[in-house]
Design a protein around this ligand. Structure first.
Ligand code: NAI
Ligand code: PYL
Ligand code: MG
Length: 259
């Protein structure tokens, strides 16, 4: 998994507010509204315990603090434990946490201790970014380009297929691309046969993965992938609606999914 850096998470509250404005323009709903509609749940001030985890590459500066800001932004009552790891988990439960949020280098989970539901960040992120893209009010067709079909991109692509979209898939890993095309019954996007899309969902850890020849005027690019899939220059040239935020939208999706 590509790990976040403290710099990615700077000013998370401002990043969330900007993402919320874009999601509102794109879908007519804010992030809460999309999550509520998608999962059919609403937070009711559930207490969330955020447990820092030191294993692997260790604590990421701003990670737990950002989760605190994000959970409060979405209407949860949250706290970060003083202790990390097992002691932090114990502390969270003893202090009344109903939902635990914790991440090591491979898994970021939300676990609702009351109803037993558990969520993983990667599929939850893929589905919510795909869901936002699928709701684009100015889309000119049901064609969607998905770039990156890994642990975030695959569940997003599968979600779009289930919603009846015509999905064109692309991944730089040819074997994975061919398997995914066959497993999901989607169309393999061939850069040799260029075409433009008004809806693009991107989930790769690389920059500049969406080439200019697929971008239509005022398209939406919904992308959890870090760094950004397009340059600011291309974004401005085509008036792209860019839904991109490093942690909050995916975390909201996890939390609403375990209510
Ligand atoms: P992954 O490694 O499972 O999948 C990435 C896929 O992108 C791979 O299949 C790879 O072959 C493909 N890829 C790489 N370069 C490419 C290129 N130039 N063109 C087309 N395909 C390319 O990674 P995962 O877990 O799916 O994460 C994807 C990105 O999403 C990472 O940057 C990760 O940090 C980010 N992420 C962001 C979240 C958020 O809330 N914003 C949450 C979770 C992940
Ligand atoms: C959840 C993010 C989205 C993208 N990459 C994922 C990542 O950075 N995972 C690692 C999270 C580690 C957190 C660290 C801490 O501060 O508690 N163990
Ligand atoms: Mg996110």
């Amino acid at each position: 998994m590509a790990l976040l850096t403290p710099e990615d998470l700077e000013n998370i509250n401002r990043q969330l507010q900007e993402a919320d404005s874009t999601v509102r323009r794109v879908t007519g709903l804010d992030i809460k509204g999309v999550c509520k509609d998608f999962y059919g749940t609403t937070p009711c001030c559930e207490k969330v315990g955020i447990v820092p985890v030191t294993s692997g590459n260790g604590i990421i500066g701003n990670f737990s603090g950002s989760l605190h800001v994000i959970t409060e932004y979405f209407g949860f009552d949250s706290f970060v434990t003083a202790m990390p790891d097992v002691s932090g988990y114990y502390e969270a439960v003893r202090n009344g946490a109903r939902i635990i949020l914790m991440a090591d280098d491979n898994t970021f989970l939300a676990h609702n201790l009351k109803n037993g539901k558990i969520a993983n960040n990667q599929p939850c992120t893929g589905r919510i970014y795909a869901e936002i893209a699928s709701r684009y009010l100015k889309a000119d067709s049901k064609d969607v380009l998905v770039v990156g079909l890994g642990k975030v991109g695959f569940p997003g692509a599968a979600h779009l297929v289930n919603k009846g979209f015509r999905v064109y898939g692309y991944d730089s890993d040819k074997a994975l691309l061919e398997k995914t095309v066959s497993d999901l019954g989607i169309t393999l996007f061939e850069p040799e046969n260029p075409r433009k899309f008004s809806i693009i969902f991107e989930a790769t850890p690389c920059a500049d993965t969406v080439p200019e020849f697929v971008i239509s005027e005022n398209c939406v690019i919904s992308t959890p992938g870090i760094p950004c899939a397009i340059s600011r220059e291309l974004q401005e040239k085509y008036g792209v609606e860019l839904v991109m935020e490093p942690l909050g939208i995916g975390t909201a999706s996890m939390l609403y999914s375990v209510l």
